[in-house]
Design a protein around this ligand. Structure first.
Ligand code: 5CA
Ligand code: ZN
Length: 409
């Protein structure tokens, strides 16, 4: 699949900082040391509805990761998938009487537009689950042949017991895992499974549903977790730097994915950090396509809201805690954008050197974007109150805000 166009990332004076980021697996901050090429896999959308603020907030967090790394002059190998075949997508297409592939294409196209408008840097590889199927089949065969997977009425399940590190991403107890597995696409109550938590690797073809040639597995379609693992291993290999997504993916998706990869390769860990963004809510509930309590990026854009203000709304919240979308948080961002634009519109101003370092330090510290915004606020306030004589400082601020925060002033 093609991704979306990259906005330019201006080079900044001085040195970028190494990223310290919260890792769900160890429960603390880790300082990543990626070497010259940083590797990140971020779970992409299931394209059956438009991009909402929850999605945008999660992709904003990982865009900041990429920007911090680019600022250290590293290359970034960023991979993102599209879950372009899955039950919710098929169900929505059926409900609306449309072709599921057309629905997926339409929503993926809208996602690309939203990401472009928000100045999210594109992944280097943007891969659909369907196009990954030829690479998934041999992985499932290998797991089966190694005894890490088994057949149940034609479907193939992964045996969680085959990975000694299973549980090491989310650290949940068995009861919590069982509950979440039922809520998030698993089938813990299906009779005949070795362990209720075992996830499906390959689902045998069902009447009226799409299916693909699975070689020795028979016709069918892949399970959700193995899709992301196949794409990540193909393009990044084991031991990549960051596995990212929203906190609702920690279990089962990232837990199972890590176990699949570890059972396949015998190596540990799959990723050096498992990074999870908090859930954005609306009216007291997590924004979700299934609940329908959504604020869409595309809707706000249609209403004429500047995408830079949408982005500033996301940045005003630290990525990790859950938060609520309200009209007020957007109004605050619009006002901030006006203040910043006024401050950089003059040719001179207070020195920007310390500010660039403050933004860098804030982001390197577990992507503390609210602290970065505070620092820019203070510079803008100083500019408004007393100005400054540093010729070119406003230009430096503009470039830093663009390069590190993805906001075009
Ligand atoms: N296709 C899978 C991942 S392989 C998937 O979870 N798709 S999704 O469309 O449901 O979500 C895309 C990304 O947005 C995921 O990282 C998910 O964790 C995140 N996300 C979904 N809802 C919210 C929300 N309310 N707040 C923050 N992030 C969210
Ligand atoms: Zn995924």
């Amino acid at each position: 699949m093609h991704a979306w166009p990259a906005s330019e990332v201006p080079a900044l004076p001085g040195q970028g900082r190494d990223l310290r980021i919260h890792d769900t697996a160890t429960g603390g901050l880790v300082t990543l040391d990626p070497g010259p090429v940083a590797r990140i896999y971020v779970c992409g959308i299931t394209p059956y509805d438009a991009t909402h603020m929850g999605h945008a907030a999660t992709y904003n967090a990982f865009d900041l990761v990429q920007r911090v790394w680019l600022d250290t002059k590293r290359q970034v190998h960023y991979v993102q998938n599209v879950t372009d075949v899955d039950d919710p997508l098929l169900e929505r297409a059926e409900r609306d009487g449309v072709d599921w592939t057309a629905l997926a294409e339409k929503e993926t196209a809208l996602f690309r537009e939203d990401m472009t408008a928000l100045r999210m840097l594109p992944p280097r590889h943007y891969i659909g689950a369907v196009e990954a199927i030829p690479g998934i089949v041999p992985l499932v065969e290998r797991l089966r042949d190694a005894g890490a997977a088994y057949e149940l009425e034609g479907d193939i399940y992964f045996s969680v017991e085959s990975d000694p590190h299973f549980g090491g991403v989310s650290h949940l107890d068995a009861a919590a895992m069982r509950l979440l597995s039922a809520e998030r696409g698993g089938d813990p109550d299906r009779p005949g499974k070795k362990n209720p938590l075992d996830p499906m690797l390959w689902m045998a073809a069902r009447e009226g549903e799409p299916s693909w040639d699975g070689g020795s597995l028979g016709r069918g379609r892949p399970g959700w977790h193995i899709e992301c693992v196949a794409i990540a291993l193909d393009h990044l290999g084991m031991g990549f730097d960051v596995q990212g997504g929203g906190s609702d993916l920690a279990f089962p998706h990232h837990e199972m994915g890590a176990s699949h990869a570890q059972a396949l390769t015998g190596e540990f860990p799959m990723a050096k950090a498992y990074v999870h963004a908090g859930m954005v809510g609306l009216d007291g509930e997590k924004m979700s396509k299934s609940k329908g309590n959504l604020v869409f990026v595309s809707q706000l854009r249609r209403e004429g809201v500047d995408p830079a203000a949408i982005r500033l709304t996301l940045l005003a919240h630290h990525y990790r805690p859950d938060w609520e979308w309200t009209d007020q948080v957007l109004q605050d961002a619009l006002a901030r954008l006006d203040r910043w634009r006024a401050a950089v519109s003059r040719p001179d101003g207070p020195s920007a050197e310390a500010l660039v370092e403050e933004i860098r330090e804030a982001l390197a510290n577990d992507l503390d974007s609210p602290a970065a915004l505070d620092a820019v606020d203070r510079w803008a306030a100083l500019q408004q109150e007393s100005g400054g004589t540093d010729i070119g400082a406003p230009g430096v601020v503009s470039r830093a805000v663009d390069a590190l925060l993805g906001v075009a002033l």
